[in-house]
Write a protein that binds this ligand. Structure first.
Ligand SMILES: [Zn+2]
Ligand SMILES: [Zn+2]
Length: 627
């Protein structure tokens, strides 16, 4: 062991906190035993025996010897069961990925059947930190290899050696043969490793500490690859903090949003390049043995309009009585359109078939009818409120069903067609401090995530022509979470003014004025119950407020959009109020899980949820941070 070792502040504080907790617990146990309230526990046989192993710890071991002693017990490793040290927030659960952690994890896993669920997850997380550390080591090796070959190549080029005869020319090919991966993959590894070791120090550091894995690191490297060094440094700082806390998909959309904010032109160039060189129709074999047809690298506005058209036609088929899930009907429409048949011919052919209730089509599209019955205590839908609008008021995107989609079966042959008018809820995200428009702020469109400002304008313009489209405004605070939200009644067709880019702020101000939105505050920290309602089902108004605050299911890592979620009472109604402080979106799956006896959910503050899993581990999630 290195004698000159100095404890890090964090580790030593963590150890002291842990030790204090342990001491207090021991004292309590002794008192309880003395008072006869607790029986002294005799350790089980497996807890005292166990193989003794000895470790040779190199200089890489940056671990507090006292901490190690505490973990291993008075008789060294194996003297005491290791399992409890892997419980949530216990020492081994937070230990850096060093050879010591590797040894402890091996030891704990060797008696895996004895671990509690909580300890099992602790061991899993420890193994992942070690894996991430290994990814860090691989990055160092790949980067060093890449630099050697690049140096040789530069040298040969400098000496005037002809292309094709220069040493170091085929680094990607060499690496691909060494690792038995494709040349493209090897090339990506070389680029990412070079970026990580040269301009993404925070991300690299987090990999070394076991907090960021190879996949997340490559996402960060990809979305910062086109940025200038100072912007890359800025993005590195932000994304390295976000990465360990979110799913890779979320990290990718945050990274893309950041990239768009920092250098929109770089994003546009990449997109244009991909469109020019890789736009295609692809027919592939699925793993199952079936096949897929896809248009790749399409313009997002065109793709969204196609999706809306397919969805609208499928809903019309369903209303005409055609059986099948929406997925099946959309597939039918998709194939009809591709093979120049009119899908609506199926509607006339099937008229007289079994009818569907009009509100069948309001079932969220991502789950099948009959999947789960509504909660038994739910009273009938009394959602409609005078003054809130009539049947065409702002609602789910599933309000599509009342709308007439134009021109099926007539593929547009214009190279860059104007997007078809489509129904949408246009939610303007407005930063309270800047009040800038979509010129600089990446926007979200129907859950599609980031879009180019020009795309957004085209899409908003197209959607605003549709009679079923409604407008909403979400005001964002400095931390990127929603502070207020409001809806606008009626249709507001919108034409972006042509001309100077500088006028977008004024345009937005004008638009907000015309929309005449009354913003409602979103409760934070405490709740004055101003938005509370005296009934079980929250009104659409309250639902929309809640969706603006929490845009996805509140379960950790769940990305199901709130629009497809139930607004669930954290404390069941009527014991818990129908109010911002007691409601939150749950997808059907998590709603069902939450009702299981071994799952627990609390709302600590309005919008702050603590989930306790059957393992006993807890996870806290907060309001949506908009990019
Ligand atoms: Zn409240
Ligand atoms: Zn969920």
């Amino acid at each position: 062991m290195n004698e000159h070792w100095e404890p890090g502040d964090e580790e030593s504080a963590a150890y002291q906190a842990w030790a204090a907790q342990e001491d207090a617990y021991e004292a309590w146990v002794e008192r309880e035993i003395a008072a006869g309230r607790l029986e002294e526990r005799v350790p089980e046989e497996w807890e005292i025996e166990g193989p003794a192993i000895s470790l040779s710890l190199g200089d890489a071991t940056d671990i507090d010897p006292e901490l190690l002693a505490a973990i291993c017990g008075p008789d060294g490793l194996g003297g005491e069961a290791l399992g409890p040290q892997f419980g949530q927030d216990r020492p081994a659960d937070a230990l850096r990925p060093t050879p010591v952690l590797a040894a402890l994890t091996e030891q704990a896993v060797s008696g895996i059947a004895r671990l509690t669920d909580d300890e099992l997850f602790g061991a899993l997380h420890a193994a992942r930190r070690l894996e991430n550390r290994a990814a860090y080591l691989q990055s160092l090796a790949v980067a060093e290899f890449g630099r050697r070959r690049a140096g040789e190549l530069a040298n040969a080029t400098g000496r005037g050696v002809r292309p094709g005869h220069r040493p170091g020319e085929h680094a990607d090919l060499e690496l691909s043969g060494e690792m038995l991966i494709s040349r493209g993959e090897a090339g990506n590894l070389l680029v990412a490793a070079d970026d990580l070791t040269s301009r993404l120090p925070r991300t690299l550091e987090a990999m070394a500490a076991g907090l960021i894995d190879a996949r997340r690191a490559s996402i960060i490297a990809f979305y910062t690859g086109s940025l200038r060094p100072e912007h890359a440094a800025q993005a590195d700082e932000i994304l390295a903090k976000v990465a360990p806390q979110v799913r890779p998909e979320t990290l990718a959309s945050r990274a893309a949003a950041l990239e768009m904010k920092l250098d929109p032109q770089a994003v546009r160039d990449r997109r244009e390049h991909a469109k020019r060189t890789r736009q295609r129709v692809e027919v592939r074999r699925e793993l199952s043995g079936n096949a897929s047809v896809a248009g790749r690298e399409l313009d997002p506005a065109v793709a969204m309009a196609s999706k809306a058209n397919i969805h609208g036609l499928a809903l019309r088929l369903r209303r005409s009585g055609l059986p099948g899930t929406l997925d099946a009907l959309r597939t039918l429409v998709f194939n009809d359109l591709l093979q120049s048949r009119n899908p609506l011919d199926r509607a006339s052919a099937s008229s007289g078939g079994p009818g569907y209730a009009a509100d069948d089509a309001t079932i969220p599209e991502d789950w099948s009818p009959g999947d789960i019955p509504p909660p038994p205590e739910a009273p009938a839908d009394d959602d409609w409120e005078p003054g809130e609008g009539s049947a065409d008021e702002l609602s789910d995107y599933s309000d599509y069903e009342d709308t007439d989609q134009g021109n099926p079966g007539q593929p547009d042959s214009v190279p860059e067609p104007e997007p078809t008018p489509m129904p949408a809820v246009i939610n303007l995200l407005v930063h309270a401090d800047t009040l800038l428009g979509w010129d600089t702020t990446p926007s979200q469109a129907a859950g599609w995530g980031l879009l180019d400002p020009a795309d957004t304008r085209a899409m908003v313009r197209a959607a605003s022509q549709h009679p079923a489209t409604r407008w909403a405004v979400t005001l964002l605070g400095a931390d990127g979470t929603a502070v207020a939200h409001g809806l606008s009644a009626g249709q507001h067709p919108w034409e972006p003014a042509q001309g100077a880019a500088g006028s977008h702020g004024a345009q937005l101000a004008d638009l907000l004025h015309r929309l005449n939105v009354t913003l409602q505050p979103i409760a934070r920290k405490t709740c004055d119950h101003a938005s509370a309602e005296n009934r079980y089902r929250p009104s659409r108004k309250l639902k929309n407020l809640l969706r603006a605050r929490t845009a996805t299911c509140t379960a950790p890592g769940c990305q199901c959009q709130a629009i497809f979620c139930d607004q669930d009472h954290t404390i069941p109604y009527p014991n818990g109020p129908t109010c911002q402080c007691n409601l939150g979106p749950k997808c059907r799956t998590h709603h069902r899980a939450k009702q299981a006896p071994d799952w627990k959910l609390e709302q600590l503050q309005p919008g702050v949820f603590r989930w306790t899993f059957p393992s006993g581990r807890t996870h806290t999630t907060g309001p949506t941070v908009y990019a």
